[in-house]
Design a protein around this ligand. Structure first.
Ligand SMILES: Cc1cc2nc3c(=O)[nH]c(=O)nc-3n(C[C@H](O)[C@H](O)[C@H](O)COP(=O)(O)OP(=O)(O)OC[C@H]3O[C@@H](n4cnc5c(N)ncnc54)[C@H](O)[C@@H]3O)c2cc1C
Length: 454
């Protein structure tokens, strides 16, 4: 049975490689150069459209754990990144052209992979399908997906608020309450008048990210960025998302001057997003704004707010942690489309989707990595997050169980790193075939980039 992988970006390249490595016969569809996206510049697979970094490294870095897991999984993206790395002070950065050229050559030379350069406008009807068409999925295919899944399941922009790590919130200041005595599901950060004034000034002086033309959004009232709300007047935020009515502070019995509410992002309550706080501010300035909110003075931001065009699914309503669609088990999804953010996260979900697609094609049960691993935490989050206003997520320490015990933050993170990697290594050694075949040689000496692919 064929495994069809649609899209040869970060996730599709890794999915095709993993499925072929599992012994599946793969057809990999890529529309470039026949039809380009607004951001890609070449016909290479796994093109890095913006930065050339796959994230920070090291034992205290959540992306570092995901990189280590991908190395343990024999990832093509990580092998190529390691071979083409450039110095970047603690981050895994690559020479982008050589990186994606190499990946293209490896996949094109693989006897189990047939490359088809064409835009798919509907899904193949036979075999197992991995959907990996990314944030710039072509319009025709996006329309087809809307028909298949329902309009409400496909998002076309990110209007995301910052998400902070629960353990970094100061609970001596933030208090639990629901408006007008409703269920106390929210954490509330109270401000007095002086604190509000300082917050307002910091917010209105913060710099905005300048989007590319095609990234620009028409704002509508429901997802107005907080900086735009503030621009409309001094009191506008506190009559909008920061309104304090019905939220008396239990320590004073009175309603504060303004309140920033936080809502849990995950079932364990390890990640909290700022309600109504979608923002397109530059990240450094965003941090200053968040940290001048009482209770968030030491907040660790695990996902920054963004406002830009994107295409992604409401994953919690649609998919299993195996990356299969609940209602279409032979259809899997990976990359930005499945609700992750970042090159590395896209490639990692591509690995799992490719592995599971091959298993399904071979009549085996699909798998989920251990919950202590970063990939396991990420796919569990996708399938179980709060589906209301779901926004794409990147690798962060809030996705895996926090390590027990006291001690310095860095020591705790190192313990979580080692625990996650150990569990992942054990799992992946069992999940992957013991003996790699000749086609697993990352770059056969004879591999050349065929004409027309550069
Ligand atoms: C402008 C922009 C900048 C970004 N910058 C960064 C960054 O700096 N760092 C970071 O970590 N992440 C960044 N991202 C987010 C994300 O990590 C990347 O977009 C990443 O490439 C996503 O991987 P993917 O596999 O989901 O999609 P892609 O890598 O985009 O791959 C999807 C592939 O599918 C193809 N395709 C689309 N429709 C069809 C179709 N109908 N038929 C056949 N092929 C099709 C596309 O041509 C493309 O090659 C950025 C995203 C965008 C949009």
């Amino acid at each position: 049975m064929w495994v069809h992988v649609i899209g040869a970006g970060l996730s599709g390249a890794e999915a095709a490689y993993a499925a072929a490595r599992m012994g599946a016969q793969v057809r990999l569809y890529e529309m470039r150069p026949v039809r380009m996206t607004p951001a890609h510049r070449s016909a290479h697979f796994a093109e890095l459209v913006c930065s050339n970094s796959l994230g920070g490294e090291g034992e205290t870095n959540a992306k570092g754990l995901l990189q280590a897991e991908m190395r343990a999984a024999g990832s093509l993206i990580l092998q190529s990144a390691d071979r083409n790395r450039v110095p970047a002070g603690g981050a895994l950065a690559v020479e982008r052209e050589a990186f994606s050229q190499e990946i293209t050559a490896v996949l094109q030379a693989n006897p189990r992979i047939e490359v088809v350069r064409a835009e798919l406008t509907t899904l193949p009807k036979d075999g197992v399908v991995v959907l990996a068409t990314g944030p710039l999925t072509s319009d025709a295919l996006a329309e087809h997906l809307q028909d298949l899944l329902g309009e409400e399941f496909l998002g076309f922009y990110d209007a995301a608020a910052p998400v902070v790590l629960g353990e970094s919130i100061n609970l001596d200041i933030a208090y639990r309450a629901g408006r007008y005595g409703q269920q106390a599901d929210y954490l509330n950060c109270p401000m007095n008048e002086a604190e509000y004034r300082r917050f307002y000034e910091t917010l209105t002086q913060a710099r905005r990210h300048t989007p590319h033309d095609w990234e620009k959004l028409e704002f509508f009232e429901g997802c107005m960025p907080i900086e735009e709300i503030a621009r409309r007047g001094y009191d506008t935020p506190r009559f909008g998302p920061l309104k304090p009515v019905g939220l008396p502070d239990p320590r004073t019995g009175r309603e504060p001057y303004a309140v920033v509410q936080l809502r849990a992002e995950d079932r364990r309550g390890q990640m909290w997003s700022l309600v109504g706080f979608q923002t397109g501010l530059k990240w450094g300035d965003q941090k200053s704004v968040v940290q001048c909110i009482p209770g968030l003075e030491n907040a660790e931001i695990v996902r920054y707010g963004v406002m830009h065009r994107n295409t992604y699914l409401c994953a919690p309503r649609l998919i299993e942690p195996t990356l299969q669609f609940r209602r279409h088990p032979r259809l899997l999804v990976a990359g930005v489309l499945c609700g992750v953010e970042g090159y590395l996260e896209s490639a990692a979900t591509g690995f799992l989707a490719g592995l599971n697609a091959a298993r399904l094609a071979q009549g085996q049960e699909p798998l989920v990595p251990p919950e202590e691993s970063m990939l396991g935490g990420l796919v569990r989050y996708l399938s179980s997050a709060n589906p209301d206003n779901f926004q794409p997520m990147n690798a962060n320490w809030g996705l895996v169980p926090i390590a027990d015990g006291k001690g310095k933050k860095a020591d705790k993170r190192s313990r979580m790193f080692r625990r996650g990697l150990e569990q992942f290594q054990r799992w992946v050694a069992w999940a992957l075939p013991a003996q790699p075949g000749p086609e697993d040689d990352p770059l056969p000496a004879s591999a050349e980039i065929p004409a027309g692919s550069a």
